[in-house]
Design a protein around this ligand. Structure first.
Ligand SMILES: C[S@@+](CC[C@H](N)C(=O)[O-])C[C@H]1O[C@@H](n2cnc3c(N)ncnc32)[C@H](O)[C@@H]1O
Length: 375
């Protein structure tokens, strides 16, 4: 078995952003692996599952440092899944794990589930419900690790809805682990669907998706501009979340072919459910990819995008810029990108530089809606 420092030194964040202050392995990964050591040693092949491993440290740590075999992994973010793949290759550990959707096949028969605490409580709720429902989960232990500053008592309560025994370990280097045992399977809460009579759509959401089944105010601002968007044959909802923009476009323009892409598995599952709930499943193609990588250059007439704005303090604009650059790549010359952002963000120069001439279409106290024409 490998030395932890030797393994962790070789892990990278790529294809996610690399920067001196951004790490591929954090104190929570290390604490989770240390807390799990005894349980990992007692697990046979196929008995360890990992959820939301950031860049692969949990999965590859369980394999290389603790002898876990045939680990099953679910990562909401595609960039994490790709990073895990690259790190496995780099460390000679390809083939030691399988990536799976968040569902029974991920956790059936697992005795230990390691979880990097997701940001949204509903994301944790969905993970807990899926694990507790696994038919053979009676002896399962779930370890949920996170930064102390991001952990609240509400997380314990969420775990208590699905597990009879929930406790917390002592904090170490500002991280803490919650331990859940004694699963109490209950009804599934996801996807949650909510009817929005004002926009004539039902919105469906899995736990980790942006805004849940509600419609974000920025999204509403963009919906308000729908009628002013140019004629199009093909449209792309870039970073589709629940797919509310894709559904609104498909609904209002029967001739339009609509694509919806997002790098989050929860978003893709949600957008698929939203399309179905509105009778639009045949009209909207939903794909999980990073920044529209599966969409051909110059193939789209219209892009709508409500970009992410809080990925982490250091990379706020980079995440949005990546989507704007993606929009520029997939748009045909003369095609339009419609986007919305918090007025304080001043994205207009970036939009003009990356896409083409950009005009403000609407500006409220909080949101700016712009249209950029691909040069
Ligand atoms: C602010 S949310 C908007 C979601 C949805 N369009 C709405 O208006 O409710 C931004 C979305 O972009 C997605 N996203 C962020 N970076 C992405 C990337 N590189 N590739 C694909 N999707 C991305 C996020 O997962 C998230 O669902």
């Amino acid at each position: 078995m490998t030395d932890p420092a030797e393994l962790f030194d070789r892990l990278r964040r790529a294809p996610d952003i690399e920067a001196p202050d951004l790490v591929a392995v954090d104190a929570t990964d290390r604490l989770l692996l240390d807390e799990a050591a005894g349980l990992l040693a007692a697990c046979g092949p196929g008995e360890v599952a990992v959820v939301d491993d950031a860049f692969g440290a949990l999965t590859l740590g369980a394999v290389a440092l603790h002898g876990a075999a045939d680990v099953r992994v679910h990562q909401d973010l595609l960039v994490g899944e790709l990073a895990l793949g690259r790190n496995a290759e780099r460390t000679g550990l390809t083939g030691t794990y399988r990536s799976l959707p968040l569902g029974p096949e991920l956790v059936d028969g697992a005795r230990l589930v390691l979880v990097q605490a997701p940001k949204a409580l509903d994301a944790l709720r969905e993970i807990a419900e899926v694990v507790a429902a696994a038919s053979t989960s009676a002896g399962v232990t779930v370890l949920v690790g996170g930064r102390v500053k991001h952990m609240t008592h509400a997380m314990n309560d969420v775990l208590r809805s699905s597990f009879g025994d929930v406790s917390a370990t002592l904090a170490r280097q500002k991280s803490r682990v919650l331990v859940a045992r004694d699963p109490r399977p209950g009804p599934f809460s996801f996807p949650r669907c909510q009817e929005h009579a004002d926009v004539g759509l039902t919105v469906c959401a899995h736990g980790a998706v942006f805004a849940g089944p509600r419609i974000d105010l920025g999204t509403r601002a963009l919906l308000g501009a729908l009628d002013r968007m140019s004629d199009a044959t093909t449209a792309l909802d870039l970073g589709c979340g629940t797919g509310v923009l894709a559904a609104a476009l498909a609904r209002s323009r029967p001739e339009l072919t609509v694509l919806a892409v997002d790098q989050s598995a929860a978003a893709v599952a949600s957008a698929t459910a939203t399309a179905a709930a509105n009778g639009l499943a045949e009209r909207i193609r939903v794909v999980r990819d990073d920044a529209a990588a599966t969409v051909a250059d110059g193939s789209v007439d219209l892009v709508v995008c409500n970009p992410p704005f809080h990925v982490g303090a250091a990379v706020v604009t980079t995440a949005a810029d990546r989507l704007f650059a993606a929009a520029a790549r997939v748009l045909r010359p003369g095609g339009e990108l419609w986007t919305v952002y918090n007025g304080s963000l001043r994205y207009k120069p970036a939009l003009s530089r990356l896409v083409g001439p950009t005009k403000v279409a609407d500006a409220t106290a909080k949101f700016t809606v712009t249209v950029s024409t691909r040069r």
